[in-house]
Design a binder for this molecule. Structure first.
Ligand SMILES: [Zn+2]
Length: 262
């Protein structure tokens, strides 16, 4: 069994065939799909989707790219939604949160306000975080340190070995997806090949970041075994061993995944 630790199954790209996409993933051996939220506008949707499909799971959070439309009160709403979700075995953590210094025009103080506010909530409820880390490796880990967060995933990780080690030392896992299937993605492939295996989880970020064999097409969670096979090849591991290992790693990163069955 594989786990897709990051899939935006609620995205409009899946409106026409969401049921089919979830069934195909399951048929391909993807037993769990983690659906992170992006803001108050999709909290109910990701929860509903996680319950609609076998193996579904969800996280609640305010994504850095959606902070321009978020209001201060959304933090209090998120806190209440999280408190109400603690009894829900399909709820696995806080996400997608983080900082993005790649996209122009985002207000840094606004991003920081929501990121830090959500880290406080993670600390309060002792929940793991799923982090968006784009050109913000040092700033995101600074927040994790300050709020003493020791569990979660730095999703679509793309940094230096030194930065990767800092996340691992903090107790975080690193998410790898379609990028590792491109020969030209040398740094990501080096990281996936050489970092301690225990630190790695696989993800699609579907509908984004398609692997090489569906370049520029819609990505979907059924691609996880292919991405996992790419990881296995880089590491010189058997594919089965890679599936078992990354599944165990995902459970370590998001322990509440063990509360509901696949
Ligand atoms: Zn995402």
């Amino acid at each position: 069994m594989w786990i897709d630790t990051h899939c935006h199954l609620d995205a409009s790209e899946f409106d026409a065939d969401r049921e089919h996409v979830a069934t195909a993933a399951r048929g391909a051996g993807v037993g769990r799909i983690v659906i992170p939220a992006i803001g108050r506008q999709n909290f109910a949707t990701v929860r509903e989707l996680a319950h609609r499909f076998e193996g579904g799971a969800y996280a609640l959070g305010i994504h850095p790219l959606f902070t321009p439309s978020a209001q201060d009160g959304d933090l209090e709403l998120l806190r209440a939604e999280i408190e109400a979700s603690l009894d829900d075995p399909r709820f696995v953590g806080i996400g997608e949160i983080g900082l993005d210094y790649f996209i122009d025009g985002l207000d840094d103080a606004r991003q920081q306000f929501f990121y830090n506010g959500q880290l406080e909530i993670a600390r309060e409820f002792d929940l793991p975080v799923i982090c968006h880390v784009r050109k913000s490796q040092d700033q995101v880990i600074k927040g994790l340190r300050r709020h003493q967060i020791h569990r979660g995933i730095a999703h679509a990780f793309n940094g230096s070995f030194q930065q990767a080690q800092a996340y691992i030392d903090q107790g975080m896992h690193l998410g790898f997806g379609g990028n590792l299937t491109f020969e030209r993605a040398r740094q990501i492939r080096r990281l996936a090949e050489q970092l301690p295996f225990d630190a790695l989880v696989v993800e699609t970020d579907a509908p984004d970041i398609p692997p090489s064999w569906i370049y520029k097409q819609r990505n979907s969670p059924e691609q996880i075994p292919g991405i996992g096979a790419g990881l296995a090849q880089l590491r010189g591991m058997a594919v089965d061993e890679t599936a078992l290992g990354t599944t165990a790693n995902a459970l370590a990163a998001l322990p509440r995944l063990a509360l509901s069955s696949a």
